[in-house]
Ligand binder design. Structure first.
Ligand code: HEM
Length: 523
């Protein structure tokens, strides 16, 4: 960064902090509330304007620093995030109280991601959020999802074909191909099941759109880690800002074009894409074009979550070959040697489901989420006053040794129904909980199962540099917006044969399901 830009950055940081400070001063009305906040354990002296941020933010150490605070302060602690008072929680019973009671998301935290996510369900609040949620919920009914399974499989096969070139090659980061595949899939499920049904979609535009989404996501990750870039006018002056603007323009233009095309051809039988369902809401004068664009944008951007989880699964399977063999054995048994992906066959993949759950326990892609506290609330360790926001630290709760036996061990069978019995429902929150839980969780689970079952019947996954042991994976796990492996989700692919032979051997009696044990989902 040149001297002029450094100077600009310094001014920007200052302005940002002043803006936050003014905002913070308004948060706590009255000494009683400030006293309640201060009574919670936390840092002794918070710096003016930046608050306690210096204790947490360090390159590659955000997650480690955050987790260390629980050892220092206990299960509930406070911090000033800049000038914003935050109470960090980790007890399931407290989550149950706050997540049922408070559904508003803090604007100043979710506002930045909105530039990428669009103004949609994930960031809206109040009655507008409620209206959108009501209209979009039917889009995730199982009858609709059932029709997406064919798309999931087709895209999974296309991904496997692309990955074929990697077999017997060097280690590589599996995240970018997964991100491409999830974006490419939502493209069809969001805009229309039949590619040919939409004139606005030609392969070139489609490719440009997927590229623009990836570009915008990368830029957004950089932005949230550099607070001076949070000011739009500073951001717009940077190369990243310009790249983002261009990607943003393309995404919006693309969505606008597809919406227009749909409107002009309303005679066509209504489909079941998210867009079709949202246009129905439009008929009732509920969603404007801008709102529909925002929601499409939201649905498309959240696909990075599924891509991240599938990448973590591949790394976990590479490191746990016996688990991998069981996954393959089950997939072969339920689906056959190839193809065979249907809604009902996917629901039969119970072991793969446990692998996904265990991966999301150790690596919840959204490690922390926040809610605005609008009235004083008494929790286990003290009162959280109105004006704060609470941080739900799922990533800590998922690893809390008080809640999970051998918490650091990758053990998918901890999600067997009999081992879930008695577990607090809020001790496991990969998709959040309560009224603002993930609307796409069933979609995500079906898609991830379809993709993984397709890939794992074709390739064996082996460890690669950077992810060669659990310790290496743990050491590089960190947070940007999502939980991630900044040095890459590195794996190697081998021909399927070796694992396949073992898998066939694994189809021995222990793999057969016990009809007396009903495998109910435990979240
Ligand atoms: C493994 C994949 C996924 C995970 C782990 C995940 C996780 C989550 C979590 C934790 C939240 C709550 C965030 C918060 O409170 O700030 C959330 C919200 C949301 N998710 Fe997902 N998600 C996944 C996939 C998806 C997919 C595939 C879609 C859409 C097709 C989706 C759509 C949404 C939406 C729209 C919201 C906001 C809901 C609301 O506030 O009403 N998610 N997700």
């Amino acid at each position: 960064m040149g001297p002029a830009l450094s100077c600009l950055a310094a001014v920007a940081v200052f302005l940002l902090l002043v803006r936050f400070a003014a905002f913070a001063a308004r948060r706590f009305a009255g000494r009683r509330r400030r006293a309640a906040f201060n009574a919670l354990p936390g840092f002794g002296v918070s710096l003016p304007l930046v608050g306690d941020l210096p204790h947490l933010v360090a390159p590659g150490r955000l997650l480690a620093n955050g987790l260390a605070m629980f050892a220092r302060f206990g299960p509930t602690w406070r911090l000033w995030l800049g000038p914003l008072p935050v109470v960090v929680l980790s007890r399931p019973e407290d989550y149950e109280v706050v997540m049922g009671k408070f559904i508003g998301k803090p604007r100043h935290l979710y506002g930045t991601v909105e530039t990428f996510f669009g103004t949609g369900l994930a960031t809206l609040n109040g009655s507008v959020w409620r209206g959108h949620r009501k209209h979009l919920t039917p889009a995730f009914h199982f009858r609709i999802l059932e029709q997406y399974v064919g798309v999931f499989e087709r895209k999974a096969v296309a991904l496997a074909d692309r990955l074929q070139a990697r077999v017997n090659g060097d280690g590589f980061n599996v995240f970018p191909p997964f991100a491409f595949a999830t974006n490419d899939t939502i493209f069809e499920t969001a805009f229309g099941l039949d590619e040919s049904a939409n004139r606005a979609v030609d392969p070139e535009r489609r490719q440009a759109f997927v590229n623009a989404m990836e570009d915008a996501f990368l830029v957004m990750q950089t932005r949230v880690l550099k607070p001076w870039l949070l000011l739009d006018w500073v951001f717009n002056l940077t190369d990243d800002g310009r790249r983002f603007k261009e990607a943003d323009r393309m995404i919006d233009e693309f969505a606008g074009r597809v919406i227009l095309d749909k409107k002009q051809h309303r005679d066509r039988a209504a489909g079941n894409s998210f867009l079709d369902l949202m246009m129905k809401a439009d008929d009732d004068q509920v969603l404007s074009d801008a709102e529909i664009r925002g929601e499409l944008r939201t649905f498309i951007s959240v696909q990075q979550t599924s891509a991240t989880i599938m990448s973590f699964v591949m790394v976990m399977l590479a490191l746990h070959p016996q688990v991998q063999q069981r996954v393959v054995a089950e997939a072969v048994e339920e689906l056959g040697a190839e193809g065979g992906v249907s809604f009902s066959s996917l629901t039969g993949l119970k072991f793969l489901e446990r692998v996904l759950k265990e991966t999301m326990r150790l690596y919840p892609v959204l490690p922390v989420f926040a809610r605005d506290v609008t009235e004083d609330v008494v929790l286990t360790d003290g009162t959280v006053p109105a004006g704060c926001c609470v941080a739900v630290a799922a990533v800590y709760t998922h690893r809390d040794p008080a809640l999970w036996e051998h918490a650091g061990r990758f053990d998918p069978d901890r999600f067997l129904p009999e081992r879930c019995a008695g577990r607090h429902p809020y001790s496991y929150l990969p998709f959040s909980a309560g009224p603002r839980n993930c609307i796409g969780q069933k979609y995500a689970m079906l898609q991830m199962k379809a993709v993984l079952a397709t890939l794992l019947r074709r390739f064996e996954v082996a460890p690669a540099k950077g992810c060669a042991t659990m310790a290496e994976v743990e050491a590089q796990t960190d947070v940007n917006i999502f939980l991630t492996l900044p040095k890459g989700f590195n794996i190697r692919l081998l021909p399927v044969q070796s694992v396949y032979d073992d898998a066939v051997i694994m189809l021995s009696p222990p793999m057969k399901r016990n009809p007396r044990v009903r495998e109910e989902p435990c979240q």
